[in-house]
Design a protein around this ligand. Structure first.
Ligand code: AMP
Ligand code: ZN
Length: 115
């Protein structure tokens, strides 16, 4: 499935729900988290609907690498110079709330709201 009509992040990718976009290319979309834990808190997502890390395999190697590399580039671009944290929540015990794979990247000066 490339898009799930009931998925909030698919709707963001499609421009049906507003988001504060920081990056878009053919495979990946990135935007600011609506409830930031840190001064800078972005979400990097695949444009196509992938539920979670449970659903990735070797064919997604390039996509996942691209998301990780993009994270460093975007943190630099957003002025984060003193470190940041990556989080991917997976499934119920991982407390994943949105069922579309997303990489949280959080940074900026302490203290943070959470984390
Ligand atoms: P998770 O618990 O890893 O599934 O986190 C989902 C994240 O998505 C949370 O940090 C939410 O604040 C964020 N979020 C949910 N809806 C939106 C939205 N419309 N725009 C931006 N971020 C959102
Ligand atoms: Zn989706």
């Amino acid at each position: 499935m490339s898009a799930d009509p009931n998925c909030i992040f698919c709707k963001i990718v499609a421009g049906q729900i507003p988001a504060s976009k920081v990056h878009e290319d053919d495979e990946v979309f990135a935007f600011h988290d609506i409830h930031p834990w840190a001064p800078v808190h972005i979400l990097i997502i695949p444009k196509r609907h992938i539920v979670s890390m449970v659903d990735v395999d070797a064919e997604h190697e390039g996509l996942l690498g691209r998301m990780m590399l993009l994270s460093s580039r975007l943190m630099k671009q957003l002025g984060v110079t003193n470190g940041y944290r990556h989080v991917i929540n997976t499934g119920p015990d991982g407390r994943q709330e949105v069922q579309h794979l997303h990489l949280h990247v959080m940074g900026g000066p302490r203290p943070w709201n959470k984390g």
